[in-house]
Write a protein that binds this ligand. Structure first.
Ligand SMILES: C[S@@+](CC[C@H](N)C(=O)[O-])C[C@H]1O[C@@H](n2cnc3c(N)ncnc32)[C@H](O)[C@@H]1O
Length: 243
């Protein structure tokens, strides 16, 4: 059974990894992909906007509700404890896949940078954003975040991990570097369409709502240490959003 859990966790990790890599291509608008931010189902802009807001809301609800302690406890009544985080990652991958499949582009151009140097600079920001996300997952604990450490501990029979507050590298500059990276990537578009803008605005709103609930849990978990961290380190921009 313990080996089977490892296989399930690896499958969930692979699903999330594919969904994450697709997100890079989806936002970059790689023409060969079956769908991307400006390629997909055709609809009247109002109908398209309603669909897209619905998809972002659905993703936000899944991602935030499933991350709360009460939901996790309820989930472990039907899912083995070591697989709880893997199931979270799988559910997130499914929600992203749904978004890619049902996304309704709104191709009206909001801005278009024509200067080649300017375009390349924005692409560099785009890639740097995803780079920050990827590096930050390793800073915080990549294998724990994506459910692999949990099944490995279960396989070895070692006791459950006690969460430790971490502030390495990017975490000394901002409290939420993973979200900073996503925000940079979502807004860095040399050609910004209404559909892409809707995605960037929707995800930005979701990120700030998500931070509110995540920090409530982090204060509960780490107490005074996290409160002191909030007072000295910015939220997603260095020096800004200290609480
Ligand atoms: C998707 S990660 C996002 C982390 C962080 N908000 C960021 O943007 O880099 C969410 C997990 O990271 C944990 N976490 C967030 N900040 C942390 C910190 N400074 N030290 C340890 N764990 C942290 C949360 O408890 C949660 O399990």
């Amino acid at each position: 059974m313990r080996s089977f859990y490892i296989l399930v966790a690896l499958g969930c990790y692979a699903a999330f990894f594919v969904a994450f890599v697709y997100l890079v291509g989806f936002l970059a608008g790689i023409p060969d992909l079956p769908t991307h931010i400006d390629k997909g189902m055709v609809a009247d802009p109002t109908i398209a906007a309603i669909w897209n807001i619905g998809l972002i809301t659905l993703f936000g609800i899944q991602h935030s509700v499933m991350a709360r302690k009460g939901f996790k406890t309820a989930l472990t009544r039907i899912v083995p404890q070591p697989l709880e985080r893997s199931i979270y990652c799988l559910a997130s991958a499914i929600m992203l896949a749904l978004l890619y499949l049902v996304w309704h582009p709104i191709p009206t151009v909001v801005w278009d940078i024509t200067n080649p140097l300017g375009r390349n600079l924005v692409w560099a920001f785009f890639l740097a954003g995803f780079g920050i996300v990827f590096i930050s997952t390793w800073l915080i604990n990549h294998f724990e975040l994506f459910g692999l450490a949990q099944v490995w501990r279960n396989w070895r029979g070692t006791p459950a991990h006690t969460p430790v507050m971490r502030m390495p590298f990017f975490y000394k500059l901002v409290r939420h570097p993973i979200y900073t990276g996503f925000l940079i990537a979502f807004w860095s578009a040399p050609t910004m369409t209404v559909g892409h803008l809707l995605f960037a605005v929707g995800m930005t709103v979701y990120i700030f709502i998500g931070i509110h609930y995540e920090e409530r849990d982090l204060v509960g978990l780490f107490g005074k240490d996290y409160e002191a961290y909030r007072k000295t380190v910015g939220k997603v921009i260095p020096g800004l959003g200290r609480a």
